[in-house]
Design a protein. Structure first.
Length: 208
């Protein structure tokens, strides 16, 4: 059984977007997957799965809302993969999730406002004994090749691993999710290909 957690210190960086697409693609690959929504106030990922079901979009994604992180561990024997969409803030639950997870992914944009809090989050986890090889940055909301290069250079200097594939800033990604789809289900083949490369990289990293 494998646990992949998506965390962030702030909202809007793409945490839920990535958790959703990974849950869709893993389900398509016949991996018994649970999307665990740990933000019991917002419930955005869970509500997205319900919207998806209402619109009869397949595959159906199994999702539950958790008020307490510890309740997730009770279900580990039922699934091959648990994808955790953690709250967009640092908490004691973040450390508990990080200790249990096989991979902790933090989406990050190109701006200083995104990069500095993201680095602080990974530094804090590392200081608590979380190994670097369990941590992974995924670049998101990038608009130009110059932004990609600059952000990758910055993260290389930080010493933390980052995915070699990134996601561009595209309105069609937002539109897809508004329709109950994941970003791998957009109409444009080039964008689907970009997403599939990232998803495959993540699943291979945890040997699924």
């Amino acid at each position: 059984m494998t646990i992949i957690a998506f965390i962030s210190q702030k909202g809007g960086v793409g945490k839920s977007t990535l958790a959703r697409v990974l849950s869709v693609e893993a389900t398509k690959r016949k991996i018994k997957t649970l999307l665990a929504d740990c933000d019991h106030q917002q419930k955005t990922s869970y509500e997205w799965t319900q919207w998806r079901k209402e619109n009869k979009i397949t595959p159906v994604v199994d999702s539950k809302v958790f008020n307490q992180v510890k309740d997730i561990w009770l279900l580990t024997k039922r699934y091959q993969l648990i994808i955790i969409d953690a709250p967009a803030r640092t908490s004691q639950g973040t450390l508990e999730i990080a200790k249990k997870a096989d991979l902790i992914i933090q989406p990050v944009g190109a701006s200083r406002d995104d990069l500095l809090p993201a680095l602080r989050e990974f530094n804090a986890l590392k200081a608590q004994g979380i190994k670097k090889d369990k941590l992974l940055f995924v670049l998101n909301h990038l608009s130009t090749s110059a932004e990609v290069s600059a952000t990758q250079e910055y993260l290389t200097e930080s010493g933390y691993p980052f995915a070699p594939f990134y996601l561009s800033e595209k309105a069609s990604y937002r539109q897809a999710q508004s329709e109950g789809k994941s970003i791998s289900e957009v109409n444009y083949a080039s964008l689907r290909k970009q997403v599939q490369k990232l998803v495959s990289f993540i699943l291979k990293k945890v040997k699924i």
